[in-house]
Design a binder for this molecule. Sequence first.
Ligand SMILES: [Zn+2]
Length: 257
Amino acid sequence: MESNPIKIYEFDHFKNSTGIVHCVFTRSGGTSIQPFNSLNIGKNCGDETRAVAENRKRIIGKMGMKPLVFLNQVHGDEIKVLKKDDTDFAVNFEPGKDSYTADAIVSDMKGIFLVIQVADCQAVMLYDTRKQVIANIHCGWRGSINNIIGKCVTKMVDSFGCRPDDILAGISPSLGPCCAEFVNYKDEIPQKIWKYKTGDKNHFDFWKLSVDQLIEKGVKIEHIENMNLCTKCHTKEFYSYRAKKNTGRFACVISMI
Ligand SMILES: [Zn+2]
């Protein structure tokens, strides 16, 4: 008997919103063997191509066989914009493939599912309830330093006329301040971010930084939901690069329906 069902998490405010569906997958429910067990959707982490393809099929199935847009994520600050009037999507989309090289994606198209893959990095999902625009952002510490979250909110404003106070935001399970140790922070992290260092260890609260970057752009604090789940503290459910370098990626997916 199959005893490996897909298990998901959801944000309360997105769950209670009409017009969108979303899913934070875990590592349960896939076909990959150790150390990628089992629902790894990351192509570049050493797992078997066939297992990743099957896992991607499973999450596509779970989302209702709709087009899932995967990105080739490179820890940069490129933001892909998909507009419903463009032919871009029809030309570039291939099921199960990484359609664009970018670390964030913004769209006003209904029925396409934006996927971010993570293992410690944050997936930050945004939804403008008035303008009907969604975004999904891959934000690791490099993304935090580059403020890809703030840039993505600006992109929503500039490309679609969004108002930040209409935007709901969700921060996925990711590396928490309990485990985000940066021994070489003086070389790696700009001084203006040192105020996010917590306690007397070299730990950083990148969750707080993300919340502040959203607020700085005008997103209301009551519209920001952090799952407050640290991936390194919960390796049975999530992949964590800090816990084990040779590991998979779990999927965070959002779509307007
Ligand atoms: Zn932790």
